[in-house]
Design a protein around this ligand. Structure first.
Ligand SMILES: NC(=O)c1ccc[n+]([C@@H]2O[C@H](COP(=O)([O-])OP(=O)(O)OC[C@H]3O[C@@H](n4cnc5c(N)ncnc54)[C@H](OP(=O)(O)O)[C@@H]3O)[C@@H](O)[C@H]2O)c1
Length: 322
């Protein structure tokens, strides 16, 4: 079958490690099943893998891709939950299983004609969502869903700042927060991306690092080092930063004086459970929310998709179809 793999690591030129071509079909172990992939979406995670972050050399070549929607062995339209973990070891939440992994870290991922996953990782795709739309949800949108609706102690009417409006998780945060009645503010370095964020439903947009008209209840962080100081300054006393990524670097100054004096909370968040993915799908059906797709292209053109993401040219998700 056709597949896109990480064949080697290159921290400076990640594209050079991509290989497109023939690969053996998966042989699902007991309790696993095979999905025929119809659409798969790209995440920054796939670029980290090519740089050698989160993937070990002894696992190469590895089929990349966390997200997919497709058809199961019985002909059902399904969405694949990307977290491979045991929900029974941590109170029903597989993301807390210490040995959990994401598809493409330990087991082959979704950038292929077929992917093998545990049977419980399949969630029915609502008919209202296309395969392309559904394929955007299991990583970026699920991460945003948990950040907003589980990890942040905020609710409808709260003011929430999203850093780096152009990213996949960031656009998901704006859309989901807006649909749930939050007042969503966003920053971006790019004027064009700020304009797009307003179109998506952001209430106000700001240049990265700009002074805000008032302090916010919560900040959603995926940028990391480049925006961390601003995130701390943006919070009202008692406010919360939810952090799920650090694209620009993971070790900013902690500014502990501000953290304790203003009684701020810093909360980590990673992916979401299978049940949250099912609720996210229902949320999209109920509210009419649909993921923002920057571009859709055949999987055979994966190099162009990776290049656009690495060059920061995308607003929303890059989707590969098969
Ligand atoms: N924990 C999890 O479960 C989870 C799940 C998904 C993703 N993530 C992580 O979350 C991060 C975001 O991923 P993503 O795929 O949504 O988007 P992404 O392509 O990594 O982009 C995030 C945004 O960061 C901003 N940015 C990047 N470098 C910057 C810099 N030097 N200064 C200021 N802003 C900068 C850009 O915003 P502007 O251009 O608009 O300024 C960009 O749109 C990644 O690190 C990813 O690994 C984690």
């Amino acid at each position: 079958m056709f597949a896109v793999t990480a064949a080697r690591f290159d921290a400076d030129n990640p594209i050079s490690g991509l290989e497109l071509g023939d690969h053996a079909e998966p042989v699902p172990p007991d309790g696993w099943t095979t999905v025929t992939v119809r659409a798969a979406s790209l995440n920054h995670h796939d670029v980290w893998s090519l740089r050698g972050v989160g993937l070990s050399a002894d696992r190469l070549p590895m089929i990349l891709g966390c997200d997919a929607a497709g058809v199961d062995e019985d002909g059902n339209e399904v969405v694949v939950h990307a977290v491979i973990g045991d929900p029974t070891v941590a109170g029903g939440d597989e993301t807390l299983d210490p040995s959990r992994s994401l598809l493409s870290e330990r087991y082959d991922g979704t950038f292929a004609e077929q992917v093998a996953v545990p049977r419980r990782n399949l969630v029915r795709k609502p008919a209202a969502l296309s395969f392309e739309e559904a394929a955007c949800l299991p990583t970026a949108y699920l991460t945003a869903f948990r950040m907003l609706f589980d990890r942040a102690p905020v609710g409808p009417g709260s003011t929430v700042l999203v850093q780096g409006a152009g990213g996949g998780v960031a656009t998901a945060l704006i859309l989901l927060g807006r649909a749930a009645g939050y007042r969503m503010w966003a920053t971006s370095r790019s004027e064009a991306k700020r304009a797009r964020a307003l179109e998506l439903g952001a209430d106000q947009v700001f240049e990265s690092g700009a002074r805000l008209p008032e302090r916010v209840d919560a900040v959603m962080e995926t940028v990391g080092q480049a925006t961390w100081a601003h995130s701390l300054r943006a919070l009202r006393p008692g406010g919360t930063i939810v952090v799920s990524g650090a694209t620009s670097g993971p070790v900013p100054p902690a500014d502990l004086n501000r953290v304790f004096f203003l009684q701020l909370s810093v909360v980590g968040s990673t992916m979401g459970s299978r049940d949250e993915l099912a609720r996210l799908l229902t949320f999209c059906s109920q509210t009419g929310t649909r993921p923002v797709i920057d571009r859709t292209m055949p999987l055979s053109q994966a190099v162009q998709g990776f290049t656009a993401l690495i060059d920061g040219e995308v607003f929303g998700k890059v989707v590969f179809t098969l």
